[in-house]
Design a protein. Sequence first.
Length: 159
Amino acid sequence: MPHDEEISEEILEEGCYHLSKLGLSDEQLAAHFEVPPERVRTLIRSYESKLKSGEAVSGEIDSAFWEDVKKEAEGDVKLTFLSEKGFHHAWKSELQKLDGPALMSIYESSKDFLSADPNQKFLEVPPPKGYDPLAMDRELRKAVEVLGELLAEKWKEAK
């Protein structure tokens, strides 16, 4: 984590608590948040205390958020892609379960959209700070790359 981006104590507590419930060890959390393992244990106990006292409330949305954070940290990225039915979002792990023809269909739809986009040349330029008018295009480009990798894996498996 970059040092210029400070994480609030509340977020550290909540993150350590939820991620520990999802099976990450104190050492893994310490490495990720760049704090000593003892501090991780203190943060977890602090959040547990706040939950018991009612000072903090944890719900399904919180758990789902931290589960998504864990997935992304493990390399399972959420992708935006295009099919003949429109735009969709899915985890890479979900797309890996699709067969070759289904993957090829969404790969081609997404690639065709990008190829027809007159702003394609601007995707080489880093996005501006704050608002990125080409965010969707960048997401589709990322999806096309991942879909290409998944198709290559399917191709190897088929041989």
